[in-house]
Design a protein around this ligand. Structure first.
Ligand SMILES: [Zn+2]
Length: 233
C-alpha cells in the first residue's frame, strides 16, 4: 500500500551507511566508451554484494524490455520513475496517474510486481499529486512508498560536461563524507527531454564512476544498505 510521504535517509540510517539508487534507466550501449550500461552496473554491484535500487522510466523500459527483470534477478530493487519523466506538478491529475500506471503495467508484464517503490522526476512531489495518486486504487496497491534522496553530487552534470568518471566519483565521495549517511542519487541513464537529455545520456560514465567510488567509500568505512533501510520498522 502506497505511503505518499516522501522518505529520506537523513537521521534514519546508521552512521557511515549509504543506500545506492540509480534513476532514469534502463539503458545499454554497445562497445567501449561513454553511454548508459544499466545491466553491467547491476552486475558489478551484485558482485560487490550491494543491493541497489533502479528507478526506471517506462519509455526506456520499452527500449530495453528484458533489463528490469535481469536487474531484479541480480538481487536489486526495481522502482517506478514514471513513463516520460515529465514534471508532475505541471500535469493534470489524470496525466500524473497515467505516467505512473503505464510504467507499473510495463514492469508487471516483465515480471516486476509486488509493491514497488516510486520516485518522482526531479523529486517534484506535492500534496495535490499525493491526493491524485491516492485516489487510484491500482497505484496505491501496486506501490510501496515515495523515495527522495540525501546525497546528490549531480553526476548528470559530469556527463553533460564530458567530465571524467574520477571527477564524478571524487564529488560523491566528498559529499558522502560530509553528510555521513543517506540515500545516494545517481543516474544510470538520462530521461530528460530534448538535446540536453541526449547529451547527458551519451556522456554517461556511471558504471566507471561507481567502480571507482565503491572501493573509495569502503576505504573510508562506509557500508551499503538496501533502500528499505529507510522504511519504518
Ligand atoms: Zn529522473
Amino acid at each position: 500500500m502506497l505511503d505518499t510521504a516522501v522518505r529520506f535517509g537523513a537521521g534514519l540510517l546508521p552512521p557511515r551507511t549509504l543506500c545506492l539508487t540509480f534513476d532514469d534507466g534502463p539503458g545499454a550501449t554497445l562497445g567501449l566508451g561513454r553511454g548508459p550500461r544499466t545491466l553491467d552496473l547491476a552486475e558489478y554491484l551484485a558482485e560487490q554484494g550491494i543491493e541497489a535500487t533502479f528507478f526506471m522510466c517506462g519509455k526506456h523500459i520499452e527500449q530495453h524490455p528484458d533489463v528490469p527483470r535481469q536487474v531484479l534477478d541480480l538481487g536489486h530493487t526495481v522502482g517506478n520513475h514514471t513513463y516520460e519523466h515529465r514534471l508532475l506538478p505541471s500535469l493534470s491529475d489524470d496525466e500524473v496517474r497515467h505516467e505512473i500506471r503505464s510504467t507499473r503495467e510495463l514492469l508487471a508484464r516483465r515480471g516486476v510486481s509486488g509493491a514497488i517503490p516510486f520516485r518522482a522526476p526531479w523529486g517534484e512531489w506535492d500534496d495535490r499529486i499525493a491526493a491524485a495518486v491516492s485516489a487510484d486504487t491500482e497505484i496505491v496497491e501496486s506501490h510501496s512508498a515515495v523515495y527522495g534522496w540525501d546525497i546528490d553530487a549531480e553526476d548528470w552534470e559530469c556527463w553533460d560536461q564530458q567530465r571524467s568518471a574520477q571527477h564524478c566519483a571524487d564529488a560523491y565521495l566528498a559529499l558522502a563524507k560530509e553528510l555521513d549517511s543517506g540515500v545516494v542519487l545517481m543516474h544510470d541513464s538520462t530521461a530528460d527531454p530534448g538535446l540536453p537529455g541526449v547529451r547527458m545520456r551519451a556522456g554517461n560514465l556511471s558504471l566507471d564512476a561507481v567502480r571507482l567510488l565503491v572501493p573509495m567509500l569502503r576505504a573510508e568505512g562506509f557500508t551499503f544498505l538496501p533502500l528499505s533501510a529507510v522504511d519504518p520498522a
